[in-house]
Structure formats: C-alpha cells, structure tokens
Design a protein. Structure first.
Length: 248
C-alpha cells in the first residue's frame, strides 16, 4: 500500500513539474539560428556575398505579424525583434513584441518609416528600463572606450543583413524626430545630418572621418537618458548604412 502511495506521489510530482515547465514557455526573444553565425558581415564584405539568414522571421510572425525586423548591437544585450503597429505609434510603448501588457515595452518604429529601412532617417525606439534590458545598454556608448571599440550594429530584415556604422552617440531633447523634421526637405536633412556629425551636447562621442550625403540611410536608436525617469532627455546612438548583405 505504501509503495503504491509513494509511486502515485512521484507520478503526481513529475506531472506537476511538466505542467510548470510548459506554462513557463514563452515565445522566443532571440532565435537559436543566430548562434550558428560566427561572424557577421562588415563594411568589407562583398556585396554579392550570401550569408545564412540568422533570423527565422516566420517564427516571429507566427506570434505577431507586426514583427518585421530584428536588431543586434554587439557588446550589449540588445538582441530583439522590431515591431511596427498598424494601430498607433504608441501601441508598443507598454506592450511586449508579443502584444502583452508590460511597462518595459519593446523595440519599435513609427508607421511613417518604411519597413525596408530605406528612408533617409529611421528612428528605432526602446525603453531604458530598471531591468537593464530593451535599449538600456545603449548607454554603454557613453564610455569613449566602448564607443571606439564598438563601431557597428545590425538590423536584419527578410533576405538582408543591414550593417550600420555608429557615427555618434549623445544626449538629445524630447522632440520626436520623425514628427519634428521634414526630411523630404534637402536643407532640413542636411542640417540634421550635420547635427549627428557634430552634436550640440556636452555628453557625446563622435567618430571622426565620417561623411554623410543626400543618399545616406541613417538609423537613430533612441532611448531615455535615465531608466524610467519620465524626464525629457533622450540618448541617441546614430548609425549610417555601410553594407547590405543578401541572405539565403
């Protein structure tokens, strides 16, 4: 009798553990395929080179059809899908990329920006959280040594690895860049590009020898200057496209 009870209890415990593990499973934040890519492309990678696609977009879009890109910033824990809402630009401020309520939000762009990252300026937003995730580690670029050593970040879209050179990192005011600037005006675009090359900020790092022109495709990574501060100051890490590598 005791053996039967013991056996039943063991089976019940095993079943409970299995159910707990199943309940804790969440949609992926980073695809397992990325670990297979030992070296990502850079500025010297031939345009015709073909890399294995490190992101399974079908997997992400099976969870949320608005997950359309993926970002990785070497030297940080920034390794996330990018979403864009078809409802409201503020939709993902307090939602995960899976659409669940969360003060940490997720990484997103405004609907004014093309999902192919072909605009002269694209802004990618993420919170600076008290958990140190999302875009919190953009502030690593405040360190001049880190800024100098980490000159690239990557955005993946279906069929392409987009390689960006970090040109500057600095504090900024609370303007929503895509709402405040008309980048269809060549003069406005040129002035904004000059601001990125020579920011009027006390806290700044700038890469020398970079030039921008009317054909440059810039991505601005934007977060709060302080975690969950609610303040107006932003911190920007700015990159310019230097390579577009086809994936297979």
């Amino acid at each position: 009798m005791k053996n039967r009870i013991r056996t039943a209890l063991c089976l019940l415990l095993a079943l409970t553990l299995m159910l707990l593990c199943a309940c804790r499973r969440e949609p992926p934040d980073a695809p397992t395929e990325t670990t297979a890519v030992t070296q990502l492309p850079d500025a010297t990678t031939a345009a015709g080179a073909a890399y294995p696609d490190p992101v399974d977009f079908a997997e992400y879009q099976s969870v949320n059809r608005e997950a359309y890109a993926y970002i990785r910033v070497p030297g940080t824990n920034i390794d996330y899908p990018i979403v864009q809402s078809g409802i409201s630009d503020s939709y993902y401020l307090r939602r995960t990329w899976q659409g669940q309520s969360s003060y940490r939000g997720c990484i997103f762009t405004q609907s004014v920006n093309a999902k192919e990252f072909t605009d002269p300026v694209t802004v990618v937003y993420g919170h600076n959280t008290d958990k140190g995730d999302m875009f919190s580690e953009l502030l690593n670029f405040q360190d001049p040594a880190f800024f100098e050593a980490h000159d690239l970040f990557y955005i993946f879209i279906p069929g392409h690895i987009l390689v960006y050179q970090v040109i500057s990192a600095h504090t900024f005011d609370d303007r929503h860049i895509m709402n405040a600037y008309d980048f269809s005006d060549a003069k406005v675009l040129a002035e904004f590009q000059q601001m990125l090359l020579d920011p009027a900020a006390l806290e700044r790092n700038v890469r020398s020898g970079v030039t921008l022109d009317a054909n440059s495709e810039i991505v601005v990574l934007s977060t709060c200057a302080e975690p969950r501060s609610g303040g107006s100051a932003r911190y920007l890490v700015n990159g310019v496209l230097i390579n577009d590598v086809v994936t297979v």
